[in-house]
Write a protein that binds this ligand. Structure first.
Ligand code: SF4
Length: 208
């Protein structure tokens, strides 16, 4: 049996993140690590090492769907893998992210703080019990908004894990789409420099 390494336990960090946000919303800021690290690895390393080895969410979905068998283990529909859906979903996700930043800006300029977490871009969940602390209202507003983004992607990940294969979320995960696009751009540039074809294998296929 393959010996476990520290990074095989990063699913615990993912779980911990979700639990901590229930008690103090400011922990939501830690999610910026999950947001920026994959991009930095792709930009500077030109690889999907984060997805393949260090993503706690991917590991958690694999454990729940694979080891605990909470997955139908059915092939995801073809449209989920299509380029238009993956990039369309990324565009939608980024628009909603920008709206969340705009709401933070509004609070920065004097609008009242909204102590709610928005799930699936529609449902406003009251979140007043979570500690806010003595921070600027805009700092707390970003935390509420960002936790909503993380919670929404977690719920979508769990739903697709149950309906299809354990890591089906990885097929259209916005972070995965962005890092894959960056790697393809980087590597096609390198291949062109060497006079080879710009095609690059679609590593998302490995999750299917
Ligand atoms: S595609 Fe998304 S969820 Fe899947 S391993 Fe990569 S960053 Fe994690």
């Amino acid at each position: 049996m393959k010996k476990k390494r520290w990074n095989d336990y990063l699913w615990i960090a993912e779980l911990l993140y979700l639990v901590l946000g229930l008690f103090n919303i400011l922990f939501a800021w830690l999610g910026m690590i999950f947001f920026t690290l994959p991009l930095l690895v792709a930009i500077f390393g030109g690889s999907k090492a984060y997805c393949n080895r260090y993503c706690g969410r991917g590991q958690l979905l694999a454990i729940l769907g694979g080891k605990l068998k909470i997955s139908r283990n059915a092939a995801p529909p073809a449209f989920l893998r299509s380029r238009w859906f993956r990039y369309g979903f990324l565009a939608f996700f980024m628009i909603m992210f920008c709206l969340m930043l705009f709401n933070t800006y509004k609070v920065f300029t004097g609008a009242p703080l909204k102590e709610t977490v928005t799930l699936l871009w529609v449902f406003k969940l009251p979140w007043q019990w979570a500690e806010v602390g003595m921070v600027s209202p805009w700092f707390a507003q970003f935390a509420f908004g960002f936790f909503g983004v993380m919670l929404t992607s977690t719920v979508l990940g769990l739903l697709t894990m149950i309906l299809f294969r354990p890591r089906s979320w990885c097929v259209y995960c916005p972070m995965g789409t962005m890092t894959q696009g960056i790697c393809q751009l980087r590597n096609s540039g390198k291949l062109k420099e060497n006079g080879k074809s710009g095609d690059f294998p679609v590593s998302k296929q490995k999750f299917l």
